[in-house]
Design a protein around this ligand. Structure first.
Ligand SMILES: [Zn+2]
Length: 86
């Protein structure tokens, strides 16, 4: 027999967003990408954000080289001749 339990609604602690301590933006020089909006070459940045709780999040951000207004999260593709550990 199966018994279905109706989940009790979680009364929320609202997690407040952690404070940003530092945010650094570094240009990725060997990135070659194109703007999804207009096709022009984009600049890529690695944005390193450190939070007060000790976490560090690195995101990649792209901005269009032309003033079409586009910017967004991109995947940075660069030439890596790395070894793979497996
Ligand atoms: Zn563009």
């Amino acid at each position: 027999m199966e018994k279905h339990e109706v989940g009790h609604s979680a009364t929320g602690d609202r997690e407040s967003a952690p404070f940003v301590v530092t945010r650094r933006r570094r240009e990725v020089l060997n990135h070659f990408g194109s703007c999804p909006a207009c096709g022009y070459a984009t600049q890529a940045f690695l944005v390193t954000t450190s939070y007060a709780d000790g976490r560090t999040v690195v995101t990649s951000q792209g901005t269009c080289g032309l003033p079409c207004g586009w910017s967004g999260v991109i995947e940075i593709e660069k030439m890596t001749a790395g070894r793979r550990r497996g």
